[in-house]
Design a protein around this ligand. Structure first.
Ligand code: PLP
Length: 448
């Protein structure tokens, strides 16, 4: 048999752009570029399936074992098993437990990581994949990230102490919460925070300009920790499989997953897990007043809107950047998508009611994003009664949202140990105006 000259290369997972399905780039390029030049998003060029044996015997596996099986299916050709195992184990240094509120309603808590939000899974995994892929580089990797609060904390804590990387976070001065600011500025080591006297959009514009600046790219090795990075999406599939394992061990096998959604990365990962074989019955995307997706599923017309401010501000997205990935997973077939995905929208008044109801009925304190997940799970059950388990995802710890939770409920929040030990000392913060030249000279002249 003739073996083509490029045979070994065929074995690596390649990534295409949702705007150009003929494009094929290797993992390292997809990870370090974050975004293809054509403005699409990277997707794996084939969706591997998990051996059905694993799902039949799922209660025999631990979280780490299941995560490794999924990671290996997607990245096993690019990262040797031993290294991938280490990356997965370091990423999952904390659990994602399922808690039952009733015999058929449960919550998957994704806030046991260092920044108390699910973004920790993506940020930690990405930091270690980046470190692995650049391990033979002599030059340090400079990671730039603009944040309105939550992403920056997860990225800072995800990259803290990771060899060969230095992170610079830009956030709008005075516009992040106290806990968020402590997570951004209290780290030192390889994490530096810049408070910019402007808005989040100003921060983002400065970061974007840096990537196009010849001088900066000439002397630094810049990369972004953008939320649409494929290395952040992949680890989010792990906890869907782990949640299913936990439900199965309690006797449930039909599961409806409800996901509080903003940029639709989290639910996109769930749908990827489904395409890889996770036996999910249905997904429900829960949104706040930013209802572009529920309107789309109703009308078939995608009409993005400028984002509206709500109580659940991490979901204030009018044009969800990961939506294109979901369409891609369903080959742009609206009927197939509707068969698997339902979406509901809730306003701030309903969100408050959701927080109250969870507390009054179950003694459960939820952040506003999680409350919207609960409301959507309940709505789905009222429309589709039946014998199945409703699982809604809790995306953040309630301690992060004192303004959005009534004071008499907030006072019964149990603070995670790490939150009470957060230092208010600002170890590593520099103030800058909205001025690209000053930002540039900061990057070029500051020694590590
Ligand atoms: C980011 C975030 C969301 C939205 O997740 P997407 O992946 O953007 O849909 C929901 N809740 C919290 C707390 C978040 O930080």
């Amino acid at each position: 048999m003739d073996i083509p000259a490029d045979f070994p290369a065929c074995n690596f997972m390649k990534f295409y752009s949702t705007n150009d399905t003929k494009l094929r780039v290797p993992l390292a390029e997809a990870v370090f570029r974050s975004l293809p030049a054509d403005g699409g998003l990277y997707m794996p060029d084939r969706i591997p399936t998990i051996d059905p044996f694993v799902f039949r015997n799922i209660t025999d596996y631990s979280f780490q074992e299941l995560a490794f099986i999924v990671a290996d299916a997607l990245l096993g050709e690019d990262i040797p098993k031993a290294d991938l195992k280490e990356i997965v184990e370091e990423t999952l240094g904390f659990d994602a437990p399922v808690r039952f509120l009733t015999p058929n309603t449960a919550v998957l808590e994704l806030f046991h990581g260092p920044s108390f939000a699910f973004k920790d899974f993506g940020a930690r995994f990405m930091s270690r994949v980046m470190a692995y892929l650049s391990k033979d580089e002599k030059q340090q990797l400079d990671v730039l990230v603009a944040t309105s609060g939550d992403t920056g904390g997860a990225v800072a804590l995800g990259f803290l102490g990771v060899q060969g990387t230095r992170v610079t976070i830009l956030y709008p001065k005075g516009k992040v919460s106290k806990i968020q600011e402590q997570q951004l500025t209290g780290n030192g080591e390889n994490i530096r925070a810049l408070e910019i006297d402007g808005t989040f959009d100003d921060c983002q514009a400065m970061v974007k300009r840096a990537f196009n600046d010849a001088d900066l790219n000439g002397s630094l090795c810049l990369t972004s920790a953008n939320s649409i990075n494929i290395a952040r999406l992949i680890p989010q599939t792990f906890y869907y499989v782990w949640a299913y394992a936990q439900l199965r061990s309690q006797g449930a096998d039909r599961v409806v997953f409800t996901v509080p959604s903003g940029n639709f990365g989290n639910i996109g990962a769930g749908l990827l897990a489904y395409r890889m074989g996770l036996p999910a019955m249905q997904f429900v995307a829960a949104t706040n007043a930013n209802d572009t997706v529920p309107r789309y599923l109703n009308t078939g017309e995608y009409r993005p809107q400028t984002s509206r401010q709500t109580l659940s501000n991490a979901m204030d997205v009018g044009d969800p950047s990961n939506w294109i990935r979901i369409l891609d997973l369903f080959n742009h077939n609206l009927d197939d998508l509707r068969a698997m995905l339902t979406s509901y929208t809730f306003d701030d008044e309903q969100t408050r009611m959701g927080i109250l109801e969870l507390y009054n009925q179950y003694g459960y304190v939820a952040c506003p994003h999680t409350a919207i997940g609960y409301l959507a799970a309940e709505r789905y059950r009222s429309e589709q009664p039946g014998d199945y388990a409703s699982l809604f995802l809790s995306t953040a710890h309630p301690c992060k949202f004192p303004e959005a939770i009534p004071a008499d409920i907030y006072k019964s929040v149990t603070f995670p140990k790490a939150a009470s030990s957060l230092s208010s000392e600002r170890k590593a913060v520099v103030s800058l105006p909205v001025d690209f030249e000053q930002f540039k000279s900061y990057l070029l002249n500051s020694a590590d």
